[in-house]
Design a protein around this ligand. Structure first.
Ligand code: SF4
Ligand code: SF4
Length: 192
């Protein structure tokens, strides 16, 4: 729960606020901005896919299934506006998180509701001890390299568009979201 413009918002309200703001921002893009954003979103998505493939150790799925997602506790704060933008830009339908009865609101009985290439960065880079032991030294080096590359993309985008883009959705009010991701003429319009 957080406070925005003097109002207390619950998680569901905050989620709806972000969905509306991100959808509005994507709809506001002109052709050139849309193309630029598509390239950015594709870049983020392909790096996430690469990292998720590298961290999918043999037998890991069975381990995770038996463990029932212990590392997903706290996942609520992993998703960022950037992750949401990349997912919605790819045409993924929005879903309704469950905030009260599961370790992560993006989890359901069959696992994470997001495909690996759309999951938050911490979810893709985290490797628990049980799984880490299954990687060779060479595989660990590849994972570290892929993680560093994705981290650098997040850092670059935050430097250009603002820190809000790569912070947890629920750690900041919706109000800092610019109405356009690529403002023209240096304008930095804000949502009302
Ligand atoms: S990565 Fe480790 S802690 Fe997380 S679900 Fe799999 S086995 Fe469990
Ligand atoms: S977003 Fe998905 S992978 Fe990440 S913590 Fe939540 S359920 Fe787990």
């Amino acid at each position: 729960m957080f406070f925005a413009a003097g109002m207390e918002m619950d998680d569901q309200d905050a989620w709806k606020g972000w969905l509306a703001a991100v959808t509005r921002m994507l709809a506001s893009l002109g052709p050139a901005e849309r193309h630029a954003w598509k390239l950015t979103a594709d870049r983020v998505r392909s790096h996430k896919e690469r990292l998720s493939e590298l961290t999918a150790a043999p037998g890991a799925a069975a381990l995770c299934s038996a463990c029932r997602g212990a590392c997903c506790a706290g996942g609520k704060h992993h998703l960022t506006p950037l992750d949401l933008l990349v997912s919605l830009a790819a045409g993924n339908p929005p879903f309704t998180p469950r905030f009260h009865d599961l370790p992560c609101p993006y989890l359901d009985r069959s696992g994470c509701r997001m495909a690996p290439e759309f999951r938050p960065f911490p979810c893709l880079s985290f490797v628990c001890e049980a799984i880490d032991g299954r990687f060779s030294t060479a595989q660990q080096a590849l994972i570290q390299q892929a993680e560093a590359e994705l981290r650098e993309i997040y850092r670059e985008l935050a430097a250009v568009h603002g820190e809000w883009l790569t912070r947890g959705l629920f750690l900041a009010p919706v109000s800092p979201l610019p109405s356009r991701l690529f403002p023209s003429g240096g304008s930095h319009e804000r949502c009302p």
